[in-house]
Design a protein around this ligand. Structure first.
Ligand code: COA
Length: 708
């Protein structure tokens, strides 16, 4: 990556004397940015371009060459790649468009480019990208004429249009960039590679990424987790529509669309996800200019009660707490502020507040040990000198050990003040909500860092041979869906408890089985062709007499036969009725990220309630703790309203075991236990259902590429 970010020599292939051509602009940008290394224009006509000797080809350059930027039409690119390989170039940036974004032919051309790069061991940025800027290295190898200020924000973007918006924002907001990378079609270099470099880049304090897809999802997570331990990563992921649910046959599949998988991946990698470019800009700004808060206590200072209330409301939405001031703070505020002022948080310095009154309040709350960040709100009342207050807040720039931000709420009257603060590198927003959201992101990052803890995944030993034998036998019979009893055998092989049960062929057998197991019992249809048994009348719970068992047997067989004609039916399973809360634990497999584990409140209403959460296996203890705590019904598990606490530890254990099955057997594409019954504390967890689906053979090559 060093040869991408800090090359000592660059050739611009397609450099031209025609000022309108991209090759001219790139060369000119490199010259204008005072690039300190060697620069070579390449043009078949030779001669001189922008005062420098042009060479007819890369191989004509005397001495070694580290980087080539290609700005010639796509059909000529493969030949230049070969030439670059022969020359020993380390990194090629392909600005040229006209590759896979154009369809099949372009995709083939792109693949060829990738193959040539591999053959010679070259790295490639692009194609179809804007290039790269590294302000510390004084290198602008892009074709944009927007020059961001030097600063600590690194940006990587998959879209050229978003790139130019970000650059323009940078000049307007005065937030400077350390690096700026347009990744384009990502034939080779992707965000994971960039993070690997940026993690150790001393000039970068915060990273912003605009992402459309992460094809190497697992590698992206790995690099992001390492990087986020050192510096925050803010990601704007577009394309929230769900595609993952299309082919799924389980509830889990329907609940885990691809966007939810990205959510899970980002959470596990300690990435802050944002929804809009505005939010991205707001948050980058505060990370770029302010120190991290030590805790989550916020002090609000305002000259207008309404804004203070709005900011206080936003606190809980964004994970901040309204700090409770110490007695001394309150006394001190009382001693100076007018009697009508509110000295409790939010501090209302009143509509006629002077800059001096604001200053006293800011200084006083910053001394309070419960305060970790400050938001200063201003409404443009006729009695306030907006610029004086702005100058006062600006004076804190670079001199504070906690974040302070402004929210100047208005339009014409607040504009100049807001601008002054931005120029002074104090984040200032046009609404209380945005200010609190930005501070909330800092608190969230701080908490993520603190909670990161042990990143070792939990590993479990299961009976692999037994599971392999079950899968092979299902494959031999030409099926991809396992019967419930086969699914439960897999669970047992990995130490998951399943209640006693017997599959019966006749009503009489069923009555006998019920007597042996002990009443009451649950009766379920056993068929590999029926995924959702209760939908077709294939489940009866709480059957309390042998007589009823016989009756339900006959009734169930006839109902199911008429509702699913042609389904292969093994019989009716009679099983012990276990008590507990109904939970769902499932697994689906994502193309980019691998096995996705779903946990939540189970039962037949799971798709309506949608109270589930996802994580990507392998799982750490921390991941599973977060999963369990993040569902809305968590209080039900801990014993809300006098109820007994559930056996949460045994639930966690099952989650780890399901994750292990999914890692050990990549050909299991879906697995679901719905419900799994969790008993009271110490009473364990029983899987009363099991749905296991295998990958179709054709899909398996794709999974094996995912590796672990
Ligand atoms: N080696 C070196 N120079 C070469 C060459 C080669 N193999 N083949 C051609 N050239 C020269 C040309 O002679 C020309 O120089 P000249 O002006 O002195 O005649 C120069 O390179 C440029 O070639 P040209 O054919 O004029 O191309 P162009 O400048 O019109 O377009 C691209 C080239 C790359 C800009 C264009 O194909 C393209 O992809 N544009 C879109 C870029 C884009 O949007 N990228 C994504 C952004 S997010």
């Amino acid at each position: 990556m060093k040869s991408l970010f800090e090359p000592e020599s660059i050739a611009v292939v397609g450099a031209s004397n025609d000022e309108r051509k991209i090759g001219h602009i790139v060369l000119n940008n490199l010259i204008q940015s005072n690039f300190g290394g060697k620069l070579y224009p390449i043009n078949p006509k030779g001669g001189e371009i922008l005062g420098r000797q042009a060479y007819p080809s890369l191989t004509a350059i005397p001495g070694p060459l580290e980087q080539a930027v290609i700005c010639i039409p796509s059909k000529y690119v493969p030949a230049v790649m070969e030439e670059a390989g022969v020359k020993g170039v380390k990194t090629v940036i392909i600005i040229t468009a006209g590759f896979k974004e154009l369809g099949k032919e372009g995709a083939l051309l792109e693949r060829r480019v990738g193959e040539i790069a591999k053959k010679y061991g070259m790295r490639v940025l692009g194609p179809n990208c804007m290039g790269i800027m590294n302000t510390r290295h004084r290198m602008n190898a892009t074709f944009t004429n927007i020059r961001p200020a030097n600063g600590s924000v690194a940006i990587a973007s998959q879209s050229g249009a978003v790139c130019s918006s970000m650059l323009d924002w940078s000049t307007e907001s005065q937030v400077g960039f350390s690096n700026f990378i347009s990744v384009g079609n990502k034939v080779d270099i992707d965000e994971a590679d960039l993070l690997d470099y940026l993690k150790d880049d001393p000039a970068t304090n915060v990273i912003g990424i605009y992402l459309e897809s992460a094809d190497r999802g697992r590698e992206f997570m790995r690099q992001a987790l390492k990087t986020s331990a050192a510096k925050p990563i803010i990601v704007l992921k577009s394309g929230r529509t769900s595609t993952g649910s299309k082919a799924a046959s389980s509830h889990t599949g329907a609940l885990s669309g691809s966007d939810k998988v990205y959510d899970a991946a980002f959470r596990q990698a300690n990435i802050i996800r944002v929804d809009t470019l505005d939010e991205m800009f707001d948050i980058l700004q505060v990370f770029a200019h302010m120190p991290l808060p030590k805790g989550d206590g916020l002090a609000i200072i305002t000259n207008a009660g309404g804004h203070g209330v709005m900011a206080a409301d936003a606190c809980s939405d964004y994970g901040l707490t309204l700090a409770t001031f110490e007695k001394e703070t309150i006394e001190k505020l009382k001693s100076y502020l007018p009697p009508a002022a509110n000295v409790y948080n939010p501090v209302d310095v009143l509509g006629d507040a002077s800059a001096a009154r604001y200053e006293f309040a800011i200084k006083t709350v910053m001394e309070d040990p419960n305060v970790s960040c400050v938001a200063v709100l201003l409404a443009p009342l006729d009695t306030v000198d907006v610029m004086k207050v702005a100058e006062l807040i600006a004076s804190y720039s670079g001199k504070v050990d906690m974040p302070i931000v402004g929210a100047f709420v208005g339009g014409t009257k607040t504009r100049e003040g807001l601008k002054l603060l931005q120029e002074s590198k104090v984040p200032c927003y046009d609404s209380p909500d945005k200010a609190i959201r930005a501070l909330g992101a800092m608190v969230r990052y701080k908490k993520m860092q603190e909670a990161a803890g042990d990143t070792t995944p939990v590993e479990i030993e299961g009976d692999k041979q037994k599971v392999r034998a079950i899968i092979d036998s299902v494959r031999r019979s030409g099926r991809t869906t396992l019967s419930e009893s086969e699914g439960k055998d897999i669970l047992r092989a990995y130490g998951i408890s399943v209640p006693d049960e017997v599959t019966c062929k006749t009503a009489e057998e069923a009555a006998k089985a019920a007597a042996n197991i002990g009443l009451p019992v649950v009766m379920k249809i056993d068929s590999p062709d029926i995924a959702h048994k209760s939908d077709v009348g294939g489940v009866v719970v709480g059957v309390n007499s042998e007589e009823d068992v016989r009756m339900h047997f006959e009734l169930m067989m006839s109902k199911v036969r008429s509702r699913v004609p042609g389904a292969h039916i093994n019989g009716v399973t009679v099983c012990k009725m276990v008590e507990g809360k109904e939970i769902l634990i499932g697994m689906t497999r994502d193309e980019q990220f691998g096995p996705v584990i779903t946990f939540g409140l189970g039962g037949v209403f799971v798709e309506i309630m949608k109270d589930v959460t996802q994580s990507i296996a392998p799982l750490t203890r921390n991941n599973v703790d977060t999963m369990i705590k993040s569902i809305r019904s968590y209080p039900i598990l801990t014993g809300a309203r006098g109820g007994k606490a559930a056996d949460i530890n045994s639930l966690k254990d099952v989650i780890f075991r399901i994750a292990q099955i999914s890692l050990d057997f990549p050909d299991v594409s879906e697995l679901e236990i719905n419900p799994i019954m969790v008993g009271d504390e110490g009473k364990g967890t029983y899987a009363v259902d099991a749905l296991v689906v295998l990958r179709r053979k054709a899909d398996e090559d794709a999974i094996s590429k995912l590796g672990d």
